[in-house]
Each structure stands twice: as structure tokens, then as C-alpha cells.
Design a protein around this ligand. Structure first.
Ligand code: DON
Length: 303
């Protein structure tokens, strides 16, 4: 068996030597200011051990990775009814694309593109105040991670609210098709805040343990739901880069525009990687490269 700690150390060194970091997200001003030359990787194996290398103590904006947690909560609240409002197919389009929503009458393709995540956020809200829904989301994430030290960065949420024209357009379009039960402002306020949750890779890998499906891991959802969340991550977790990610990395993963990726080796491990520079799909460039090498060297694949 290859030594995991040695591999992680080598991946960290390689990221820094290579110095090809990709571009940080520019459409959220607070994220545009992050130094791209950072790299961290944490792996929790099914025996509960945490292995890591790089800047694993630095908290970053998890952004779309929270869509996995909000989907788990939305399915818990709405069950299969949720699928009447949002689909389960890859979109083949950018995460913030608007054109398909018009063509498909206000039903987003899947819960991980922005339009779909706005619908799942509305389902999590129900008829509650945003404060209550956000408390449930934070509670879920903290329980999953086993850490109380996970918070929302209000400055990032405000920064996205000020520049979130595309998301406002998506939310109003959903409302025009009666696919929101709350006002666009209320849903987006909640959405921008859960996207602005910050975690270290250590916390994120720990938070991913409930998706491993192994004994002694936190049991937050049923085994059937674990399989289904992983299926959504594999097919839709990297937007129009999902096929390439499945081909190169071979396991389910969910990316965020802050440069984080949560990836799951079913029954074996949860991996969190972070490097803020993005590839052309809006997914972490160095993070994807590191995951491709890690899964290859460890022999980790669902195929
Ligand atoms: O809504 C947005 O655009 C961001 N809050 C999240 C997008 C995101 O993370 C896309 N991921 N690669």
C-alpha cells in the first residue's frame, strides 16, 4: 500500500514547484483578493485517521460545496417531492448559466448549478426566517465536521450580494415560474450566506465523513441517501467539467468557486483539497490535478 502521508507531502511540493495556479474567481470581489499561490489537502480515512499537507489550517470560502449539505437538508425536509422542482441531470453548462432555465420552463437541471441550489435553499427555508434556516445549515455542517469553530464570513456574503446580478436574475426567473415559495431577496440572502461558510481542508474533510458510508462515521442521512448524494456529486458536482473530473479523478466530488473540492472515496475516505486558482470550468486547477494524482497513486476509483 502506498504511503498516504508521503504522497500528500509530494503533492503539496509539486503544487508549489509547478506554480501554475489558475485564476481566482473575479466576480465576487472578496474572492478576487485571495492569493492564488496556496495549496492544502486533508484526507480522513474510514479508520478515522486524518492525513494532511500544505495550508490545511487556513479557512477558505467553501461556496458551492455547501450545496451538498443544503441538498442533504432539503431532501430531509421535502423528500422526493424536491425532484418535482429540480432535476437530476448534468447541465453541460456553466454553473451560473441562465439560458437553459428559460428553455426548460424554470426547472433547473440539477441542485448543484446555481439555479438548482437557489431552489434547494428555498426548500430548506420553508416558511422560516433565514436566520433559522442558516442555523440549521451551520448546525449540520458543524455536527458533520465535529467542530464548533465553523462560521459564515459576513463580508464575503455582502460582497456577493452587491455583485450577484446573475443570481438575482436566476431567482427572479424561478419566481416567474412559481418555483420559489419565498421572495427572491429572502432566498438569495440565505443562499449567499451559506455559500460564505468558511472551513479549513481539515474541517471540510471531516465534514465529508458522513458521505463515506463506513462504520464509525457520523450518521446524518440514510445509506440510500448517501449513495444518491454521491451519485449527484459524480454526475453534476463539477458542472460542465463533471465528465472530465469523473474521467481523470474517478470518484464523486463537489467543487466551489473559492477553490475547494470535497471528494469521496466510497467506503474508504473523504478528501478536501483547496487551491484558489480555477480552471476554465470554475473548479480548482491545482486541486483537480492533485486529486487526479492522489486517486491514481492510491488506486482509488469507483470504477
Ligand atoms: O452563486 C455563486 O456564484 C457562488 N456563491 C457559488 C458558485 C460556485 O461556487 C461555483 N463553483 N465552482
Amino acid at each position: 500500500m502506498p504511503n498516504l502521508d508521503t504522497i500528500l507531502h509530494q503533492l503539496d511540493q509539486k503544487a508549489r514547484l509547478d506554480a501554475d495556479w489558475g485564476q481566482v474567481a473575479s466576480y465576487i470581489p472578496q474572492l478576487a483578493r485571495v492569493d492564488p499561490a496556496q495549496f492544502a489537502i486533508s484526507v480522513v480515512t474510514a479508520d478515522g485517521q486524518l492525513h494532511q499537507a500544505g495550508d490545511h489550517g487556513v479557512a477558505f470560502s467553501v461556496q458551492s460545496i455547501t450545496k451538498v449539505f443544503t441538498l442533504a437538508i432539503a431532501l430531509g425536509r421535502s423528500g422526493d417531492q424536491l425532484w418535482t422542482r429540480v432535476g437530476r441531470e448534468p447541465s453541460g453548462r456553466a454553473f451560473n448559466s441562465i439560458v437553459q432555465l428559460e428553455q426548460e420552463n424554470g426547472r433547473p437541471r440539477n441542485p448543484f448549478i446555481n439555479a438548482g441550489a437557489i431552489v434547494t435553499t428555498d426548500a430548506v427555508l420553508g416558511n422560516r426566517a433565514p436566520r433559522e434556516a442558516l442555523a440549521e445549515i451551520i448546525h449540520f455542517v458543524r455536527s458533520a465536521a465535529g467542530s464548533g469553530d465553523i462560521h459564515i464570513n459576513e463580508t464575503v456574503a455582502a460582497s456577493e450580494t452587491a455583485y450577484g446580478h446573475r443570481n438575482f436574475a436566476l431567482a427572479h426567473f424561478l419566481a416567474a415560474h412559481d418555483n420559489l415559495t419565498n421572495s427572491p431577496d429572502k432566498v438569495l440572502g440565505t443562499y449567499f450566506h451559506h455559500c460564505a461558510i468558511e472551513m479549513t481542508t481539515a474541517q471540510l474533510a471531516m465534514a465529508g465523513r458522513f458521505l463515506i458510508h463506513a462504520p464509525n462515521m457520523p450518521r446524518l442521512v440514510s445509506p440510500r441517501r448517501i449513495r444518491r448524494l454521491n451519485a449527484m456529486m459524480l454526475t453534476c458536482g463539477h458542472y460542465d467539467g463533471s465528465g472530465d473530473f469523473a474521467y481523470r479523478v474517478g470518484i464523486p466530488g463537489k467543487s466551489g468557486v473559492g477553490g475547494g473540492i470535497l471528494a469521496i472515496v466510497p467506503h474508504q475516505a473523504a478528501i478536501a483539497v483547496w487551491s484558489p486558482g480555477l480552471n476554465r470550468y470554475g473548479n480548482s486547477h491545482r486541486g483537480t490535478e492533485a486529486l487526479a494524482e492522489l486517486t491514481t497513486r492510491m488506486g482509488w476509483s469507483i470504477f
